[in-house]
Design a protein around this ligand. Sequence first.
Ligand SMILES: Nc1nc2c(ncn2[C@@H]2O[C@H](COP(=O)(O)OP(=O)(O)OP(=O)(O)O)[C@@H](O)[C@H]2O)c(=O)[nH]1
Ligand SMILES: [Mg+2]
Length: 199
Amino acid sequence: MIRFTAEFVSSAFALDGCPRWKRAEVALAGRSNVGKSSLLNALAGVKGLARTSKTPGRTRCLNFFAVGDRLALCDLPGFGYAKMGHEDAAKIASMMHEYIHGRVNLAAIAILIDCRRGPQQDELDLAAMAAARDIQVIPVATKCDKLRPSERAAALKRFDAMRVRPIFCSATSGEGIDELRRRILAVDRAGAVKRAEAR
Ligand SMILES: Nc1nc2c(ncn2[C@@H]2O[C@H](COP(=O)(O)OP(=O)(O)OP(=O)(O)O)[C@@H](O)[C@H]2O)c(=O)[nH]1
Ligand SMILES: [Mg+2]
């Protein structure tokens, strides 16, 4: 097992509330209820570190977790929750936009997509937005414990439009968690540092 420690640091509702540090950040992004907070807990090996819920729309702000000495994870609120009020949804969308466009520490985005669904326009737009800012995209196919072995090949095919092969993960069975840890720990700070210096 790969050593991976994560500790909650703080929450923010806007860019100016984000931690002032030199850590490179890896954001966990995706639709509401896709399993972002559960995956963070699985990565850290700590139940209840990030709050999870059966009800979509649980995470409403940016939650920062320090990982080792150089990195951090940011658990983002989910998008696309139909029942969320218009005002709340607009607030969250603008906060996410601000973070993805303006946060110099942001080095990579793990885009979480339910393996049974595959990427839709929202996720493809997010990947394009990240790529335009030179932010690494790590596609993650979540809840893969829900797939029968015979359904794997079709599930993988659904991710073709992402161009990068997704990591199949399950917070429940632990599949893919070590591989994702490895990918996160390999995220280079260089890009984020360069952007910070260019400001
Ligand atoms: N079977 C299965 N269920 C999962 C897995 N990961 C998460 N879930 C369930 O999916 C639901 C949503 O999980 P969360 O981790 O709260 O999802 P989220 O993306 O953080 O949701 P928001 O914060 O609302 O955007 C919960 O009921 C979890 O128990 C998984 O790997 N397998
Ligand atoms: Mg959450």
